[in-house]
Design a protein around this ligand. Sequence first.
Ligand SMILES: Cc1ncc(COP(=O)(O)O)c(C=O)c1O
Length: 396
Amino acid sequence: MKYDFDRLHDRRGTASYKWDQLTTLFGGEDVLPLWVADMDFVTAKPIVDAMTERAQAGIYGYTIRTDEWIEAIQGWYRRRHNWDIAKESIVASPSVVTSLSLAVDLFSEPGAGVILQAPVYYPFYDVIRSNGRQVLKNALKISEATGLYEMDFESLEEHMRSGAKLLLLCNPHNPGGRVWTREELTKLAALAAQYDVTVVSDEIHGDLVFAPNAYTPYATVGEEAAATSLSLLAPTKTFNLPGIGSSFIVTNDPAKRAKLNTQMKKLSIHMQNHFAHFATIAAYNEGDEWLDQLLPYIKGNVDYAIAALRERAPMLKVMPPEGTYLLWVDARELGLNAKGMSQFMNAEAKVAFNEGSSYGDEGVGYVRINCACPRSILEEALRRFVGAVERKVAVK
Ligand SMILES: Cc1ncc(COP(=O)(O)O)c(C=O)c1O
């Protein structure tokens, strides 16, 4: 079937985090929201059908993880990413951020440093700090050759040499949309092996990659990585299901699995959400067609946005993403601090993109634009933003 991603859906009044907080967060109902990472698209029909069937049944009892659930996950990763996941390696989790927090709690010592690569998705900082650990920041570098982020392996090794034992990896990376190559991940894995560092790899954006770039599951780069790492996976970003929560951890280390399972039980988060269960099976068994149509649409949006910004606001520098639907824009030429940038977006341009400093100090002066919306919304948002930039530059 042919999906229509141009179709507009009114999400107001649906308790939408993105659309129903416009006045509270951004000061007015006339602000156009392209911030938090969900999509303004209806998901794949097989998922809607599966959930409709369950909703109509009217009984929403306690739910187990069936073999069908396991096999759907295995089938997807084998088929799309050439990764064979063993049945016993899968541990269900309510959400990826829950898994990040559990990993910090269980696999680092109180007060210890945990490495992240900044700028990065803000819950990476939160889970380290809220668990009483220290953020060890390994800032990403911007390559002179490509204009894209690259890992600073020298300073990474310094952190590891000084005793850090846990690293939170974002693969692909949010923000910036880098899809780490096998070579980069292999280099990282060699350092992790040398210094006995556990890598926790958040791969929620792994399905959202533009060819010829290819997502490399960290656990597939070598024996040590496969044996010791945790991969945090989910169908929720890929298929626009974050509101129902569905996720799982893959780790081949039985001791880590035992610790995770014990903690999940302790917190009583080990039961499966009824709808998430069936949505996940439908997504992974029957979602290919939708995703194969979504990706070119998003790439088209991203290319459109890059071209529009380059043409009309050349002082802004866009980092072309290799994956994710999130566009990272260097707007430092506007000379705004974090507060000034929010004010400029919300009050002057009447748009809500993510303000860059929430990803770390490296993000001050940047904005992140969520391009997973109908093209007409993106066009309108860019028109507003570029118009405000032009007005500001004219006044300067
Ligand atoms: C890198 C990354 N990890 C995790 C999440 C959220 O995952 P979850 O909703 O499963 O906690 C997001 C959402 O934007 C993300 O970008």
